[in-house]
Write a protein that binds this ligand. Structure first.
Ligand code: C2E
Ligand code: MG
Ligand code: MG
Length: 746
């Protein structure tokens, strides 16, 4: 059985005992005992006493008049009516509490009332025992005996009711009887004692009643009660305030503790986060350190690591010349084409494959690094001579070119390698890398794949860098000009037109020959803006010269177009612009394209030349015989003229020796329905042979040298004859000693 049930059973039992006890009392007392006085006491118990309860400070007990009522009834009407009064008083009290919303069940109401009646019955029993033991009924008019009886009643009532409450609490809550009695019961002793005292006083007043005493007693009692009640209320309020303050303090304390706990929790979360961040930071620091020294694509050392290694090796070599080393600068040839045609993903794979191959081809203690897009460097340690280093480089060069398959594409890597031996003059890694790079560029130019650095290469390189630098500003500085070399008809000596030849009069170095700067302009791309300028200048010039006389209306100007420009999409527009700007009829402009650049990408050339033809310009194949044209392409290329390279003309001796090739070329051109120009005619015999072979046009020092614009213009105005056989007096015979076209060596 659980506690609740036991407690309920106890309540029922106590109620039953109470009911039986009350029934017995009703049978024993006579109706005469219920006099006015008793009814007044009962009325007081029911209507006034519950309202006069005073809560005692810091305890569950109340100072009530219930005990006074019980003890007074006891003294005035005996124990049995006191039991009845106890029941009624408790019942009234509980009803009063219930009305004030203090939850009390009906059973509890009856149980409480019964338990009050039983406690009083026990007290009555104790009194009867006392009477029996003392052998005489006490005389209440004797104050001493009255006090003794009241003390006994109070003590008994106190013990019985508190023990009763402690036992019930034990049944209900399981709390120890002793503990409950000690904590709650003892403090109620005062209630009983006070009740007994009041009952004694009232009893005395009733028994020795006179009006004055009654008024005085009532007044004193009323004043005492009101004061006491006020005092107790004040004390309770003070205690309430203190308790409220304590409660608030405790609440604040609790809130502070909760805040501290929350703070501690947040702190630990923050610390955890920070720890995680630190770990990530350490990891990324490691990655950073690695990526700072290694190339992410190939896993090779990067330029930074290479520089660090080289710096150490240069130091070592300067201290000990036996610690030799060589630096190889490797550049993958035409890597851009792989990227452009096969895509960057394949391009990346090719680089990774190249890196693996390089590593396999050198000793483990050599260093392979990737230092740019398609540029690598290898440091060969302990290689004593440049020749040995070149041997290793050649081995790398040969092996790396072995073709391989990648995603269904057959790919072969081609290289240019520059070798730079260690030297005491080097103090920084950049210096030796620069020289290996210079050697690599030389290898590229010579198309040899491999070159060893020499100081001569460096000065050529520096000169070249200087030329390139100055070339950028040459037009702006008005250093560029055009020379015009006449092209003569070999059949009738007519002036057909001019070849425009670029001249650079450097402000510091004087005349620089085209052979020195044209290739640099081509490689740097500067040839494009320069050609745009040439096209405009020459077209404008010819448009002016045409105005001199009717015989010059059909003069043609030939402009050299470089291979770089041919492969550039802007060429067509550049030509059109020049024509549009100057108003020169298109058929009077002839573009010279060397055989080698025409053949570099023959299909593209056919395409571009056809477009140019559609504009109406003429086309001439320059330096014919040096570019290994295939006949099938030659047929498809829409050239108007073939210009025989001057080396073939030069070979013709004073008696017409070595003219067979000329003959072959001329008849080939005729078969292809093209006109033929011979350039580099230096002698009378060469001219005679060419005329004899049926060559259409001629150009050369023997006929006329390239001349600046003003000289050429003067010649045009003087309306001279251009063919030496017809006009003899003014004929300008070739005399090398008088050559004002001599170009100083740069
Ligand atoms: P090229 O187009 O074959 O020009 C003919 C070259 O032969 C010219 O040399 C001319 O002066 C030279 N020449 C003409 N007759 C004789 C002769 O009887 N004997 C000798 N020894 N030489 C003769 P130049 O002006 O030095 O030009 C050399 C090359 O430079 C040109 O060869 C051409 O490839 C290039 N070049 C010159 N001017 C230009 C230009 O404006 N644009 C481009 N892209 N290249 C140019
Ligand atoms: Mg030319
Ligand atoms: Mg030529």
């Amino acid at each position: 059985m659980n506690r609740e049930k036991v407690a309920t059973t106890t309540k029922i039992l106590v109620t039953l005992v109470g009911a039986v006890g009350l029934t017995v009392i009703f049978t024993r007392v006579s109706s005469s005992q219920f006099d006015l006085g008793f009814l007044l006491i009962l009325g007081f118990s029911v209507f006034i006493a519950p309202r006069m309860n005073i809560a005692l400070p810091r305890s569950n007990n109340h100072l009530s008049f219930s005990d006074s009522v019980i003890f007074l009834t006891f003294l005035l009407y005996g124990g049995e009516l006191a039991i009845l009064a106890a029941f009624v008083e408790m019942f009234a009290n509980c009803v009063y509490l219930k009305r004030r919303n203090i939850a009390t069940s009906k059973l509890f109401l009856l149980f409480n009332s019964s338990q009050a009646a039983i406690a009083t019955a026990c007290t009555y029993g104790v009194y009867l025992l006392f009477v029996k033991l003392s052998g005489a009924v006490p005389n209440f008019s004797d104050t001493r005996q009255l006090a003794t009886v009241l003390g006994l009643l109070a003590l008994s009532q106190f013990l019985v009711s508190t023990i009763f409450a402690a036992v019930y609490q034990n049944i209900r809550e399981g709390e120890s009887v002793w503990k409950h009695w000690r904590s709650q019961g003892i403090s109620s002793a005062f209630t009983q004692l006070a009740g007994a005292g009041i009952a004694g006083v009232v009893f005395k007043v009733i028994n020795y009643w006179d009006v004055t005493l009654g008024i005085i007693a009532t007044a004193v009692f009323a004043i005492a009660y009101v004061n006491y009640r006020r005092l107790i209320t004040e004390i309770n309020e003070a205690i309430g305030t203190v308790e409220e303050a304590e409660r608030q303090k405790a609440e604040t304390e609790r809130a502070r503790r909760r805040e501290a706990e929350r703070h501690a929790e947040q702190l630990s979360i923050t610390l955890e986060k920070e720890e995680r961040t630190n770990a990530a930071l350490r990891r990324s620091e490691k990655d950073l350190q690695h990526s700072a020294l290694y190339d992410s694509l190939t896993g090779l050392a990067n330029r930074k690591q290479l520089n660090q290694m080289l710096a150490g090796m240069i130091r070592d070599y300067r201290n000990d010349p036996l610690t030799t080393f060589h630096v190889l600068f490797l550049d993958i040839r035409s890597f851009k084409n792989i990227n452009d045609t096969l895509g960057h993903t394949i391009g990346d794979k090719v680089l990774a494959i190249a890196a693996k191959r390089f590593e396999r081809l050198v000793n483990p203690f050599d260093l392979v690094a990737r230092i740019g897009g398609d540029e690598f460097a290898i440091v060969l340690r302990n290689v004593s001579t440049a020749a040995k280093a070149a041997k290793v480089a050649r081995r790398i060069y040969d092996s790396i070119r072995q073709p391989f398959s990648l995603n269904g594409h057959k790919i072969s890597i081609d290289l240019n390698i520059g070798v730079a031996p260690c030297d005491v003059e080097y103090t920084t890694p950049e210096e030796i890398l620069r020289d290996a790079d210079i050697a690599m560029h030389h290898a590229k130019e010579c198309n040899d794949g491999l070159a060893i650095f020499t100081t001569d290469l460096r000065s050529r390189f520096q000169e070249r860098v200087r030329v390139e630098m100055d070339l950028r500003h040459a037009i702006d500085r008005d250093e560029m000009s055009m020379n015009y070399q006449p092209i003569i008809s070999l059949t009738d000596g007519r002036l057909i037109g001019f070849e425009a030849l670029l001249r650079w009069n450097h402000s510091e170095f004087g005349m620089i020959p085209p052979g020195k700067f044209i290739s640099i302009a081509e490689q740097s791309g500067l040839i494009l803006p320069i050609t745009v300028w040439i096209l405009k200048t020459t077209c404008h010039q010819l448009a002016e010269w045409r105005k001199i006389g009717r015989e010059y209306e059909n003069l043609i100007v030939s402009v050299n177009i470089s291979g770089r420009h041919l492969s550039n999409n802007d060429l067509i527009a550049d030509v059109e612009n020049a024509l549009a700007e100057t108003g020169l009829p298109p058929h009077l402009l002839k573009l010279e394209i060397t055989e080698s650049s025409a053949m570099e990408n023959a299909n593209h050339t056919i395409n571009v030349l056809n477009k140019l033809k559609s504009i109406g310009v003429q086309l001439s194949m320059d330096d014919f015989g040096t570019g290994y044209s295939s006949l099938s392409y030659l047929q498809k290329l829409p050239f108007d003229t073939l210009k025989i390279d001057r080396s073939f003309v030069n070979n013709v001796g004073p008696h017409g020796e070595n003219s067979q090739i000329l003959q072959t070329i001329i008849s080939l051109a005729k078969n292809l329905r093209m006109r033929v120009i011979a350039e580099g005619i230096e002698t009378e015999s060469q001219l005679a042979v060419l005329k004899h072979l049926g060559c259409d046009y001629g150009q050369g020092y023997f006929l006329a040298k390239p001349k600046p614009k003003d000289t050429t213009e003067r010649l045009l105005y003087s309306r001279r004859e251009w063919f030496p056989n017809t006009i003899t007096g003014e004929f300008e015979r070739y005399d090398i000693s008088k050559d004002n076209e001599n170009i100083p060596v740069f």
